[in-house]
Design a protein around this ligand. Sequence first.
Ligand SMILES: [Zn+2]
Length: 554
Amino acid sequence: MWVDLLAQELLASSSGPHVVNDSKTPSGHVPVAHLRGVLMHDCVARALREAGTETTFLYGFDDYDPMDDLPPALPHYAQYMGMPFAAIPSPDGQAPSYGHYYAAEFADAFNRLGAHPAIYRTSDMYRAGRFDDGIRRALDQVDVIRTIYREVTHSKRIDAQWWPVQVLCERCGRIGTTAVTAWDGREVEYHCAPDHVAWARGCGYRGKRSPFGGGAKLLYRVEWPAKWAALGVTVEGAGKDHMTRGGTHDVARAVSAQVFGRPAPFAFAYEFLLYGGKKMSTSKAVGATASEILRVLRPELARFLIVRPVPRRQVEFDPAGDTIPNLYDEYDRAAAAYFGEAQNPDLVRTFHFARVASDPPRCYRPRFIKVAYLIQMPAVDTARAVARDKGSPLTDADREELTRRIADARRWLATYAPEQYTFTVRDTVPQGARLLTAGQRRYLARLADALEAGPGTADPVAPEGGTPTGHTPHVPRDDRHRGPGGSTSWTGEELHARLHALRAETGLTPREAFGAIYQAFLGKDSGPQAGWLLAALDGQFVLGRLREVARDAA
Ligand SMILES: [Zn+2]
């Protein structure tokens, strides 16, 4: 498991105490992609604590950053462009600021995923003077920083007019529109220029003020190392876009060493988390916000999805298709390993770090797809059917787990489940069943005969063509899987085997044979495993329907 390897490497470089940090600008609904960073840092912090290392886990909201992109849903916010998020009104009129509002939404999502870092805001830090030392160093050593920018980023725009701070305009309250023109060791002269940036218009004011106590903010690449120094950060990873050669992290590292006189924290790079095949940028994100993934997946599954892959592997999540049932199956495999039901040390650790809270109770975990089928069956008591699969009465923990799976399955069926997974058993013969071929009807008639004869009788119907079929495949009789149908005493597995044997005798393709069953009961060409479907239905109903559809052949 990557968390253990990373923690080992980290502890070999420093035994601690450790301060783990991650951060985000609350510029709008935070995209789901940013959950990866929070959860990776959370895993590392957990591993350090479990190793007995004193560890602080911090999460920062960079809400002194200026709004530089107009949220599409808030066109009337154009007036606030260039102001710090901490000074812009909240869209709900309730939260203290725009920054608070979106920070709270994101924090709620990662809290629900089991990450509980101590939260700080850069606006508070600036106003409290916690960046004053960083600002003074950055202004005093502007030449060093200009050289770093030129050498590391090869930027041609870094000239003698370039300064690594933005000043809060005393007239219009914007911070993104100002350019420093001089620094005398006490105050900065600045110009709130109308054309300093393309995305916001400065008011034209020229002034002189103290850059301390919130009067100015550092540019991102200098603010980052200033934050490391102010908070004593020892561990901080970043998305691969920050970790490219000559990128943000390279600049921050050089500034940390040369201006702040301290090495950069232990770093690790991680790949993107793509939702529905796209990496969503924060301000353009319309659908895939961090909270949305929790409308699609329960927290344990979302955390498992994000935490499981190694950092260098991209996480892709597209809720359509088989994704959710497959994810559930993988989660169940990890749970089985964790509870000692299967051998897989790596999955044991994966499940360990995927836990949202303390140990989840050990319980029976019915396959998600089976639950999804069961709840679509008329007159089937899902809990009873699951208890039969389990082989013993459900415990309280089993019931709680089943309730969650049923809720998840209902949501999935109503949203992302592909058409082949949804069905309704029809009360009357569906229209499509009237179009079956004579061969398909004969198949259904023989199936009815076989059902009536019962599972114990081998080949109750002599093959008409005289082909000796030998035997039905051996299926162990197992009452645990007995269908809930009542008068049929078949298990899904027995029925499945018999359906195949009968199909082979009649010479139909699997598509023709099973298609006939699906048409007769569901009015469509596909459905859940046919043997399992019939075993779950009432026996008399099944017989009656098969006979009725077969009779229409005449
Ligand atoms: Zn201004």
